[in-house]
Design a protein around this ligand. Structure first.
Ligand code: SAM
Length: 410
């Protein structure tokens, strides 16, 4: 079956749209048939952006993460590159389409042999594969312009740093089983390296003398279920738990790939989640009538020295409403004032009991009510809502004013 179109779509969706810009990487991904690097029967999943099981408890890496590692390695056509963790050979094959020569080390003989056969069948002649411990590098072939480590190490192995050319780039996941940080080290001097953090990833462990061994017993092969990663079922329990370092009876599968694609994406997802929660809460409160007109949160009472004003904070356009003004007992006449903005929110339909007098002063309308020293006086302003939207106005009693807000739904 010709999978060129499916491959092109995978490159478009999972590589270029997700920010990979290096044309040589994109071209290589269009060229190398990933379906030839997955076990028979898994070809139809070859163009999912997910790691797939390749046996021995190992995985072929997720296409996006491979593309990211190669882009960050800044590969050049004349480069000599070392890949640690050949696995299926897919990443080495991609590198071989970009760089001059690839040296690839795999600790599992069967995987190394199968990868070699694939390279021969596909005619990729600039790749040397060796079985061995890649944490020690490949001294005889060094120095390298770039080293790509496709498994997670507890620390950056010294041998790999030493085998970098001046200006050479080492891409390596560093950290424990709960997740690693993808690092780029650039050699800037004999013993000087510039280190950058490229984001969170989750890889199978790098197992070797200068990697996860009994001297690094902290590795635990936990398997958080992550969006966008497919867990592989380890066929070799030893590898999955890090070479028998930790004591884990039932082995979780080891997913591999990008844990947090970028800080921005993580933040975006967090905001998205919070927005959904707010939306759901609003929906529920609206459905329960809590936020609607007439609901328990639809009114507010403002307290002033001469009394209080109870008014609607949520209402509906062109609906009847009321404002209740309560004056404390007083032997003098009382005044309630509103401004022009109030009359944009509401038109006054009636006042009960009616005012004794009305006046206009300094852009405000005042309603005068007679004194009543015997007890509090309650006045109800019968209103009709006017313009929809958020409305603010000034209301007052005697010399004191307060701002009053009402949201009028259209
Ligand atoms: N790049 C591979 C591909 O494209 O299919 C995937 C690599 S897989 C995620 C990691 C590989 O690293 C496994 O095949 C594992 O056996 C190998 N590995 C782990 N520790 C190693 C070591 N010290 N030396 C060489 N290979 C190692």
């Amino acid at each position: 079956m010709d999978m060129t179109r499916i491959r092109d779509r995978m490159v478009e969706h999972h590589v270029t749209r997700r920010g990979i810009r290096d044309q040589s990487v994109i071209e290589a991904m269009r060229m190398v048939p990933r379906e030839k690097f997955v076990p028979p029967g898994s070809e139809e999943f070859a163009y999912e952006d997910a790691p797939l099981s390749i046996g021995e408890g190992q995985t072929i890496s997720q296409p996006f993460i491979v593309a990211l590692m190669l882009e960050k390695a800044n590969l050049d056509a004349g480069d000599t590159v070392l890949e640690v963790g050949t696995g299926s050979g897919y990443a080495s094959a991609l590198i071989s389409r970009i760089a001059r020569h690839v040296y690839s080390i795999e600790r599992h003989e069967r995987l190394a042999v199968e990868a070699k056969e694939r390279f021969e069948k596909l005619g990729y002649r600039n790749i040397d594969v060796r079985v061995g411990d890649g944490s020690k590098g490949w001294a005889k072939a060094a120095p390298f312009d770039a080293i790509i480590v496709s498994a997670g190490a507890p620390e950056v192995p010294t041998a790999l740093k030493e085998q970098l050319n001046h200006g050479g780039r080492l891409i390596i996941p560093v950290g424990g089983g709960e997740g690693q940080r993808l690092k780029r080290l650039t050699r800037t001097g004999a013993a000087a390296f510039e280190e950058e953090d490229l984001g969170g990833v989750l890889f199978v462990p790098l197992i070797g003398e200068d990697a996860w061994t009994a001297s690094h017993p902290m590795y635990t092969a936990t398997a958080p279920s992550l969006p966008g990663t497919i867990a592989s079922v380890p066929s070799s329990p030893q590898d999955a738990q890090g070479g028998g370092m930790g004591k884990i009876d039932t082995l979780p599968a080891l997913p591999e790939g990008v844990l947090d694609h970028s800080e921005f994406q993580q933040r975006f997802w967090a905001v998205q989640r919070i927005s959904w929660i707010i939306f759901a809460l609003l929906l529920v409160t609206c459905l329960l009538g809590l936020l609607g007109r007439g609901g328990p949160f639809s009114r507010q009472t403002l307290l002033l020295p001469e009394g209080s004003v109870d008014f609607p904070v949520i209402s509906r356009w062109n609906a009847p409403e009321d404002v209740t003004v309560t004056f404390t007992p007083s032997s003098e006449d009382r005044v309630f004032t509103i401004d022009a903005a109030f009359l944009q929110s509401f038109s006054v339909q009636g006042i009960d009991p009616p005012q004794k007098a009305t006046f206009a002063r300094d852009g405000r309308i005042g309603y005068v009510f007679p004194a009543d020293p015997a007890g509090p006086t309650q006045i109800v302003f019968r209103l009709q809502t006017q313009l929809p939207g958020p409305r603010r106005a000034l209301i007052g009693m005697g010399g004191e004013t307060r701002t009053q807000s009402t949201f009028i739904f259209p």
